[in-house]
Structures are given as C-alpha cells and as structure tokens.
Design a protein around this ligand. Structure first.
Ligand code: B3K
Ligand code: ZN
Length: 882
C-alpha cells in the first residue's frame, strides 16, 4: 500500500516563477549504457515575483546528479540541497549561469517519459513533466527559454541526430562518434523540448508558404517503413495550407520534422519543429491501414501541426490551462477534418465520442471542469473533458460570435499573446474584446463540471397559431461541486411542418414570414426559458439542438412517429442521424429485460429498409445511420445498467434487422462493390463502409451467402479496410473454422508489421466470440505481445475492457479481476498507462449492484498494491471516494 498521499496541486495557489531562464545550452552524450546531460542555464530573478529572496528551485525525477556549478565554479555539497524531487540552491545572485550535469539510463526507462529508447532509437516525451527526468530544470510551462542542443552519439547506430529548431553545426568526433547542434530561435517551455537519435531514413517534401518561404518537410522512420509516409506528408501540407487560409497562421521555422516511434504512451507530441508520433498515428499504406486509420492520421498530423500556434507560440501558463491549447487545437483539427471530408459525418463522429465517453467521464468520479481546480498527477488530466469538451466550448464561442468575429478574436489572441504563457481566461477575453460580446456567464463552461441536462417541453395553441417551447437546464452535482449556476448555452433550433417543410421562425406575432429564418440559435442563460413561435396553424415537429450546438443532454418526449419523421425529413443531417439513434435506443431499451419473443418495432425495420435502398442520400451519412448505437452508449444512457441484458437486447434488434432485411443487405453489398481502383475519397470510403456493414449484419445471422462473400472479400481485398471488414465479420460470426483460418492467414501475412499486428489483436479482443477471457489470456502469451509496448497493451487489455463489454462485465467478475491484475502489473513499469487502463473499473457506482460491488472489490485490490504510483493512487482513491 502507498503510505504517503501524493500532494494536491491547486490553481488557487499559483504563483509566478521566482526565477526565469533566458537560454538553455544542452549537451547530450548518448551511450549504450546511459546518457550524460550537461545543461547550462542563464537564470535571472523574476521581477514580478513577490519573493525577492527565494532560492532557485529546480525539478528533477530519477536523476543521478554529477555536478552543479554556479558561474563556472563547482558548488560544494553544502551549498545546495538535493531532495528526491528538487535541487535547491539557497544563495544566488540576481543573474547567474547554472551548470548541471546528470546521468540517466534511457535504456531502462519503461515509463516512456523523459529520454528513453524505442527499437534501438533514443527519443523523448517531455509533456507534461518529462523534462525533469532528463535534467534539473524549473519544469513548468511559464518558464520559456531559447534552447541550443548538441547531441553526441555513435555514428553507426545513431546516424540521425535531431532536436528542435535548425541544425547549425555538425561534425565527427573520436571513437566513431559524431555530433549535431540544433538551435531553436523561439522561446519555449521545457515540455516542448524534443530529441531523437537513431538509424532512420527520411522522406522529404517542400511546402511553400503564403508569403513565399520554402519549408523543408521531413518524416523520419525506420527503413522498413519508408513507403508508409506519403499520406502523412500530404496531410501535413493540407493542414499547413488550411491554417494559413482559415487562421492566417504561417509556419515559422525553415524545417518541420515528424518522427515515427513504436513505443509511445499516446498518439503524438507537438515538440517545436520536431513532432514525435506513435507509429500507428502516422504510418499508412493502402495495404496496411484502414480508412479510419487514414482519417485519424490526417487529423492527428493536423492537430500536432496546429499546435505550432495554439500551444507553442502561445502556450499555457500552468497545467490547469491545458484546454487552452488542447480544446482549441481539437476544435481546429475537427473543423479541418470537416472541411476535408463530410462535415455532417465529422460532426456525428465528434458527438458520438462526446456522448458516449465524455458524458460518462463527466458523470463519474474523476469528473472535472474544462479548467480543473486541483490535481495530484497532471498526466491523469489529459482527458476527454479537457480535449473534446474543451473543443466544444470553443465551438460554442464560434457559434455565438459567428465566423467573422471568431476570426477577429483568434487574430487578436495570437497577436496579443504571441510568445507568452497564458490562461483560458485570456483566450475568452480576446474573443470578448474582438467581438464586443459579454462572455462572463459563458466562462462557467470552464469552471463547472458536469453535463448540462436540458428538459424540453412544448405546447401548441391552434387558435392563435402559437407554438411554445420551454427549456429548463439543470447541471448535475459532480465531486466537489454542487448547486451550479445556469450556463450560457447556444441551442440551434428548426421547426418542421407536416410535409417536412422547414417553417419560418417568428418569435413575434407581427414578424414577416418571408424574411424569417428557418433555423435559429436560441441563447439559453436562465434556468428556464419559454420561447413562442407564431404563425403556426398546426403543431410542428421540433428539430432540437441542431448540429449538436452544445455538449448537453436533451430530454424531450419524442414519439416514435416523430423520430421516424425526422429521420427522413430533417434538413439537418446531424439531427436525421440523431433521430435514428434515438429511435434505435428507444427500441433496444424497451427490450431490455423484456420477455423473449417481444415484438420489435416494425417502424425501425422500415426506416432501415428505406436507408438501405436510398441511393440519393449522402452515402456517408447513410453508412453512419446504419450503425446501431453502441453498447457503451446504451450503458451510458442507462441508470444502473445490467450489461448482459443490454447486450442481449441489442443483439436481438441486430438479428431481427438483419433477418428482415437480408435481401436489401445483399443488394446493398453488391451495389457498393466497386471494381475500380482503391481511392480515399469520401464516396469510396462510404461505399466500403456500407458494404462492410452489410457484411457484418449478414454474418450476425450466420448467413451462408454472407459467409461466402466475406471469405471471398478477405481473399481478394486490395486494401486493409476491406480485408479487415471481412475479417471482423468472420470473427464475430459463429463460423469458427472460417474465423480461425482467416485469423491465421492474416497473421502469417502481416506478422512483421507491428501496426497491423495491433489491429489483429484488437479485432479479437473486441469480439464476444473470439475475445472471451481464456482467449485474451492466450493473446497475452502470444509471441507478438510485448508488455513494454503501449500499443500492444491497449490493443488487447484496453480493447477488451473498453469494447468487449459483455465479456469484460462477465457477471462472475472475472473480467474485472483480469483488468486489476494487468493494471497492477503495469503500474510498476508504466504508471501512466496503468492509470488510463483502469478507467472502466472506476465507473463502478453506475452499474447494477451485482456488477458494481465486484468492480469495487477489484479497485480495492489495486488500491492495496504495494508501491502504488501517484498516477494510480489519484484515480483509484478518487473513484473509491477515499
Ligand atoms: N500534447 C500531447 C499530449 C501529451 C500527453 C502527456 N501525457 C499531444 C497532443 O495533444 O497533441
Ligand atoms: Zn494536442
């Protein structure tokens, strides 16, 4: 058991740094058995600090200190103090040069924070607090300095030596070693420091900026991946152009580099001029990556690139402001992706993630505001709330201001704060100043946690032709926060007439129908509003919260007739999809716990039949509409969910739909089977998605034609989307022989490609047919599984607990015990990953008691583990309420 509680850091206790650092001169000596880092800082007292006599305090973690010198003179041990986490020098002049030499062992660094080795290459991950694992430094984002970095290493094993900025010097050294020196002209916080040294090949391209500067673009990968860089390079160029056109932001250095690394705790990292990526988020080829992976890569490449302005040029004052850069940057990448493909589909994807996972986080024990007020371990706060809800908050500002004023606001923000470390409040202030709008109530979105619930009711007065819509908002209590104030919510609305026509919205009896809008953004600021719409002889069908205009739950007593009507008539594509989801949810929910053989809503079958046969609609939208709500979403919506009952009800609906629509599914499959060459256009992506959905439905009912089509598609596929679509369908069917044969063949063919092996693990771990516990344990024993590689861990353990819900929530508790075992095991080697993997167990209070108590027992077992990390301590104790 951990005996000491990790310290809580509070926003209210923020003080400016006592010392500032102007320049950092680093020299890395890299060896097989360790690395020596010589760091020289030019330090001065911060004139804004209230404490004029404060000692110099530098952060450090697991460092061996070899030397400390002040203005070139070695300091005797009695002149500084080295605690486990800090180096403190009490007596210093107002300005001085501080030299620190440390020794570390990157080859033994399994936490993957700071400097570590992955497949023989040295690489770094410094956000949030990894730089202190390299050298002693004031490791906080409001200390911004200019860096010069010299890297020395063996020339044969590390021919490529990279860091931030521009290479200014290189040369050979004795004993087969060489060096390169990099200089970054832009001041930056330590978390943006990056270094890579290894045997890599480069793929090059050029981008010419709007002002005519040529930027050298390079992607560095292991030689076997040289052919998998084209998509990332093309995405990067699209992102660079888009940021110029949409935000007026040009790239600022002469070189932009991306490096692919196999062992990485997250997706990617925006180090200045040297982005480091998880291989799975950058490498792609038609043969090895699915359409989804291609889209993901495009958006992550863009996201990291966009950080160059939203995060690097303007950075965070402290980690409570994380959403300043992450929320804004997700908003930017999401708008970019919408522009590159189908905006409606992108909106559906974002809303699905939010409603399924962020709402669950907001209702769970770790719920926190977009700008948290306290944390123990900042790594635990890289959450869906900071990223996705944070992006929704920025999107709402965009909705309230409109595109022109929003752009004025972002221009002002970048101009006013370039080179500074600022707060979310500074961001909102720039938006206010540029637009003249008062966003004081809006700021509550940053301060109050929890998902607002909107209770909507309506009535119609046929005599006067008035339709009244009443909206009440309520924000649930969250840990440490009760009695919340009403928030400022943009609520987009449309009204449909009996034939599906868009009705003019007249809030005033004397308004002119001609000029009236057919869609309006209502601004909710009170706990309760009633809006009146005039000139409506019959009761309209409301289309509520169009485009998902705010991250809220809408509660309205839709009838199934209304939902079917909206599914085929709503001019807002998002709400068409949403109506379909609500109808499917309603039908599935009504079957949970119902007697076997209960009737399944025929209108649902007919609505899906219409979708399958309609080739006039945007096929990308149809593909989305055909996806039934996920188990995770159904669980999120339920009070005290009984997972087995939900799983069973959903399966029943799926089987009923597939049986009733068999002919249509086969026709849809064939209609969308293209002969032509593989393309990555929205149309052909939609075609592949439709045909793979049709295939998976056919196999849910063990249809023999479906099986033959799947086997043939698996054999003939010329791309990973089709191959994986067929494999997934077979894996989720009862055709055990075909399933094993396909899995075996797939592995044989791709065993040397780690990114494909990850997909092979996932497809099994997510399947209730192929991913029961004994099979999961067998995957962990597989020769391709690697406990040191986060991707492999996520693709088996993470996918099992996060996607294979019926198996994970096995009523005997075996799934929970399994997860607890893996989390405990990982906590010793990689606490960040352990703390992330434990998430499903932390939601124990939500579940029906039979599940919840077993989940709690597993959590308690983790709590009692000896040597619990601070990461896991925070998550486990907060979720146990201890
Ligand atoms: N900023 C990084 C995330 C760092 C996570 C540190 N635990 C990637 C991104 O959001 O762009
Ligand atoms: Zn980011």
């Amino acid at each position: 058991m951990r005996t000491t509680q990790p310290k809580t850091i509070r926003l209210s206790e923020y003080t400016v740094p006592a010392h500032l650092v102007d320049t950092v001169d680093l020299r890395f000596e890299l060896f097989d058995d360790g690395a020596r880092i010589h760091s020289t800082l030019s330090v001065r007292r911060n004139p804004e600090s209230a404490d004029a006599a404060a000692p110099v305090t530098l952060d450090g973690d697991s460092l061996k200190l070899e030397r400390v010198a002040l203005n070139g003179e070695d300091l005797a041990a009695e002149n500084y103090e080295e605690t486990g986490e800090q180096l403190v020098i009490a007596s210093v002049p107002d300005r001085f040069e501080l030299t620190v030499v440390t020794w570390i062992e990157p080859q033994n660094n399994t936490r993957l924070e700071g400097l570590y080795k992955s497949s023989g290459m040295f690489c770094t991950q410094c956000e949030a607090e990894g730089f202190r694992c390299i050298t002693y430094f004031p490791d906080r984002p409001d200390v911004m300095a200019r860096y010069r970095t010299r890297i020395e290493a063996d020339k044969a094993s590390c021919p490529v030596l990279l860091s931030n900025g521009n290479a200014v010097e290189r040369g050979d050294l004795e004993n087969g070693r060489h060096f390169v020196t990099w200089e970054d002209p832009f001041p930056k916080p330590s978390y943006l420091f990056g270094l890579v040294a290894g045997d890599l090949v480069e793929q090059r391209d050029t981008f010419t900026t709007g002002s005519g500067r040529d930027i050298d673009l390079r992607i560095y990968v292991e030689p076997r991946n040289a052919e998998k860089c084209d998509h990332a390079l093309a995405s990067l160029k699209r992102a660079m152009r888009w940021d110029e056109e949409n935000y007026g932001r040009e790239y600022d250095l002469d070189i932009f580099m991306i490096v692919a690394v196999d062992d990485f705790n997250m997706g990617a990292m925006e180090n200045k001029g040297l982005n480091i990526f998880n291989s799975s988020c950058v490498l792609a080829s038609q043969d090895t990556a699915t359409d989804l992976a291609f889209e993901r890569i495009e958006s992550i490449v863009a996201h990291e690139y966009f950080h160059n302005w939203s995060g690097n040029r303007v950075t965070c004052r402290d980690w409570f402001q994380l959403s300043l850069k992450e929320g804004f940057t997700v908003f930017r990448d999401s708008t970019f992706s919408a522009d590159m493909g189908s905006p409606t589909v992108k909106r559906i994807e974002d809303a699905t993630l939010l409603r399924t996972a962020q709402f669950a986080e907001d209702a769970g024990p770790m719920a926190h505001p977009v700008r948290p007020a306290a944390y123990m371990e900042i790594s635990n706060f890289y959450t869906l709330t900071i990223y996705e809800k944070g992006a929704e908050v920025v999107r709402m500002i965009h909705t309230l201001l409109g595109p022109e004023l929003f752009r004025k606001g972002s221009d002002l923000y970048f101009e006013r704060h370039d080179g500074q470390a600022v707060t979310t409040d500074d961001f909102v202030k720039a938006m206010e100043d540029a637009s003249g709008r008062d966003l004081s109530q809006f700021r509550l979105w940053y301060e109050q946690a929890g998902t607002p619930e909107l209770m909507v009711s309506d009535s119609h007065d046929p005599e006067q032709g008035i339709y009244r819509l009443t909206i009440e908002q309520r924000i649930p209590d969250t840990p440490g926060q009760t009695d919340k104030k009403p928030q400022h919510i943009p609520f987009a609305l449309g009204l449909l007439g009996p034939d599906g026509e868009a009705l003019p919205l007249m809030q005033d009896g004397s308004a002119d129908a001609e000029g009236a809008p057919v869609e309006q953004v209502l601004e909710l600021t009170e706990a309760r509003h009633t809006f009146e719409f005039h000139g409506l002889p019959s009761k309209p069908v409301p289309s509520l919260l169009r485009h998902f205009s705010a991250p809220v739950r809408v509660i309205y007593p839709w009838s199934r007739d209304q939902l079917v009507f909206l599914m085929s008539h709503d001019p807002d594509g998002f709400n068409r999809w949403d109506a379909g989801q609500r109808l499917a949810v309603d039908v599935i929910q009504s079957l949970v716990g119902a007697a076997e053989g209960a009737e399944i809503e025929p209108r649902l079958v007919e609505a899906y039949r219409a979708l399958l046969g309609d080739s006039t609609l945007d096929q990308a939208l149809v593909a989305k509409m055909l996806q039934l709500p996920s188990e995770a979403y159904l669980i999120e919506l339920a009070d005290s969910p009984d997972v087995a009952a939900i799983h069973h009800a959903r399966e029943q609906v799926l089987q009923h739909l597939a049986t009733s629509l068999r002919e249509e599914l086969i026709a849809c499959y064939h209609r969308n089977s293209e002969a032509g060459k593989y393309e990555l256009t929205p149309e052909s992506i939609a075609r592949r998605s439709l045909r793979n959905t049709a295939l998976s439905w056919l196999l849910v009912i063990n249809d023999e034609t479906g099986r033959d089509l799947a086997v043939q598609q698996f054999r003939d596929a010329d791309n990973m989307t089709d191959r994986m679509g067929a494999l997934r369908a077979l894996v989720n069917s009862d055709y055990a022989a075909e399933r094993s044969a396909a899995l075996e063949e797939f592995y044989k063919h791709f065993q040397d490609d780690p990114q494909v092996v990850e997909q092979w693990f996932s497809v099994q771990a997510s399947s209730d047919r192929a991913g029961q516990l004994p099979q999961i344990n067998a995957l962990l024993e597989h020769s391709a599984f690697d406990w040191k590689n986060p991707n492999k861990i996520r693709s088996v353990v993470g996918v099992f607990a996060g996607q294979n819900l019926a198996a994970f929530h096995n009523p005997d508790g075996s799934g929970y015990a399994f997860l607890a075992d893996q989390v405990c095991r990982l906590d010793d080697s990689n606490p960040q990953i352990a703390a992330r993997l434990v998430t499903p167990l932390t939601r124990w209070k939500k579940f029906a008691p039979a599940y919840g108590s077993l989940m709690r027992e597993s959590l308690e077992r983790i709590r009692d583990k000896s040597g619990l990390s601070a990461d896991l301590y925070e998550v486990v104790h907060k979720s146990l309420g201890s």
